[in-house]
Ligand binder design. Structure first.
Ligand SMILES: Nc1nc2c(c(=O)[nH]1)N[C@H]1C(S)=C(S)[C@@H](COP(=O)(O)O)O[C@H]1N2
Ligand SMILES: [Mo]
Length: 202
């Protein structure tokens, strides 16, 4: 009895270390959660702009973005609906690369991420710099599926996944915080899964 019990608890404990409170491991599944009609965006029509409080407002096309230094995220993602997907990967560029080119002004302290669909989500600038956020076009080595935000989405994997805007088109730097779509509709302003910041007041 002792052996199998220890083994079972060992595995459970190991998984628990990667799961924020209240989350479960969904395994290989990757649910789609979209609050709008899924757009069809041809890669040659996609672009991303960085504007607002930056020295040099800058935009990149698909080809231009692909010429930037590549960066891959390998790790976990956490949805506020309680599933976590462990050990997944996304490839594209670091948000740092885009921000370094645009040059945030000293007073820039928040970012509004916008999708071409109209979806918005707000983030402290500190949460998207220092290797914590990516603009991605591959998932596990394949082109990012349209349902998951393809051709290009943002990922901010250390926060709940609603902060990861699909069909990303613009990052606007601000000197103040403004709620995005879900943040206006009851979700927490920041959304740290380790602090269970799910809803306003958490
Ligand atoms: N443009 C856009 N981005 C979005 C959403 C959306 O409805 N539109 N849903 C958000 C929510 S609530 C979640 S949980 C994740 C879901 O990403 P997935 O469908 O790839 O799992 O995308 C986020 N990004
Ligand atoms: Mo969500």
């Amino acid at each position: 009895m002792a052996g199998p019990t220890r083994g079972f608890l060992g595995r459970a404990r190991k998984a628990d270390l990667r799961l924020p409170p209240g989350q479960y491991d969904i395994g290989p599944d990757f649910p789609v959660l979209t609050a709008e009609v899924t757009p069809r965006i041809a890669p040659d029509r996609w672009s991303i702009a960085v504007d607002g409080l930056v020295a040099t407002p800058t935009a990149w096309t698909w080809d231009e973005a692909h010429r930037l230094p590549a960066s891959v995220y390998e790790g976990d993602i956490h949805c506020v609906t309680t599933w976590s997907k462990l050990g997944t990967s996304f490839g594209g560029v670091s948000v740092d690369t885009l921000l370094d080119a645009a040059g945030p002004m000293p007073q820039a302290s928040f970012v509004m991420a916008r999708s071409s669909t109209g979806y918005t989500t707000n983030l402290p600038l500190a949460d998207v710099i220092g290797g914590k956020a990516w603009i991605v076009w591959t998932h596990e080595g394949h082109p990012l599926p349209t349902d998951h935000g393809g051709p290009v989405r943002m990922i901010v994997p250390h926060l709940y996944f609603w902060k990861s805007a699909k069909w990303i088109s613009r990052l606007t730097l601000l000197d103040h915080d403004e709620p995005g779509f879900w943040e206006r509709n009851g979700y927490h302003d920041r959304g740290d899964p380790w602090l269970q910041q799910r809803y306003q007041g958490d």
